[in-house]
Design a protein around this ligand. Structure first.
Ligand code: UFG
Length: 341
């Protein structure tokens, strides 16, 4: 298939571009580079050995999105593009709702006009909200979330469901990611957050490389084995392969809208991940336990049975793989991607 990857220069998008090419698909990227660098594309081309056509514009622009579909032959869309920082979304809710919904509206409109019926959407485990029983299962349907970012994912799922059911032939897979970490084993592409990292793994990696003094562990009094919060970390390469599996399964889905959890099915605590990272680096790293972060849940992980049974997908990489690959990326690129090379 010829697949349009929105946000293809971003963290998960870039790894998915490689997995798509590896699986024999053609890729077209659309990205406005608001949270990524063009260097990513050059590295994708050198790793994959193929030319990756790029359209650099903001997807919320309906006319440009339509024009893109007019010039490129597209068989399917994987939609990653959007704003994704939970804390920032609380301070700038309108930006989050506008960007994350308008981009979907523009894509759906262009897909309808150009008769493109296959869509894979980048959703999040945050849609289960704080009342869902753990492990999370896809049938839980009182979707909710505690942040504007998370609610923009819930709303997107609802919009995509309604529009898909009203559009003959259209199919959508809603992929609910747990906590993606890790990097491509080459060390050439990885996660490159701008400013102070919000998420645990990039923060630990920056402590290890000397960009941050110490990790602050948010909360040591959770009702978990070691008192720190537990999450379902999955390797970004497994996640990327999950997108390929979902894409290739779309036409065979018994229902035209289907949600899939992409996780390992196992919880790992903050301290367990930190210790694993120390093993990857080969030395002890500084940390301190501080108060809980507002809005954090104590523990959640995926029931990933559906993805295994229906997509034939399963996460295979371990926590040690995730740490080793993150460390390779971070130590080879201590300041992240260069502006040019
Ligand atoms: N943590 C620390 N110190 C840090 C950063 C994080 O102790 O410096 C802890 C957090 O408190 C949490 C765990 O590490 O217990 C994981 O935190 P992340 O920020 O890495 O991930 P979250 O589970 O909070 O967030 C993820 C996704 C969001 C999504 C959210 C809810 O990044 O997109 O899950 O599902 F909205």
């Amino acid at each position: 298939m010829r697949v349009l990857v929105s946000g293809g220069a971003g963290y998960i998008g870039s790894h998915t571009v490689l997995a798509l090419v590896e699986a024999g698909h053609d890729v077209v990227v659309v990205d406005d580079f608001s949270n990524s660098k063009p260097t990513v594309i050059a590295r994708l081309e050198s790793l994959s050995g193929v030319h990756v056509p790029v359209h650099a514009f903001d997807l919320t622009d309906v006319d440009k999105t339509n024009a893109l579909f007019a010039v490129e032959e597209i068989d399917a869309v994987i939609h990653f593009a959007g704003l994704k920082a939970v804390g920032e979304s609380v301070r700038r809710p309108l930006d989050y709702y506008r960007t994350n919904l308008d981009s979907t509206f523009a894509l759906l409109e262009a897909m309808r006009r150009h008769d493109v019926t296959r869509l894979v959407f980048s959703s999040s485990a945050t849609v289960y909200g704080e009342r869902a029983p753990v492990p999370y299962i896809e049938e839980f349907d009182q979707l909710a979330s505690s942040s504007p970012y998370g609610r923009s994912k819930v709303m997107n799922e609802q919009v995509l469901t309604d529009v898909t059911l009203a559009t003959p032939g259209q199919r959508v897979a809603l992929l609910r990611y747990f906590n993606p970490v890790g990097a491509h084993p080459s060390g050439r592409i990885g996660e490159d957050p701008q400013g102070i990292p919000n998420n645990l793994m990039p923060f630990i990696a920056q402590v290890a490389v000397g960009r941050r003094e110490r990790l602050q562990v948010f909360g040591g009094d959770y009702p978990t084995a070691d008192g720190t919060a537990e999450r379902d970390y999955l390797h970004v390469m497994d996640l990327a392969e999950g997108h390929v599996a979902a894409l290739e399964h779309l036409d065979a889905m018994p229902e035209r809208v289907r949600a899939f959890n992409l996780g390992t099915g196992t919880g790992t605590s903050v301290l367990q991940l930190f210790r694993a990272f120390e093993r990857a680096v080969g030395r002890e790293l500084p940390y301190e336990i501080v108060g809980r972060r507002a809005g954090d849940l104590p523990a959640f992980w995926a029931d990933a049975t559906r993805a295994h049974e229906e997509l034939g997908w399963r996460a295979t990489r371990t926590i040690d793989d995730m740490c080793a690959d993150t460390w390779r990326w971070q130590s080879q690129n201590p300041e992240g991607y260069p502006d040019g090379e």
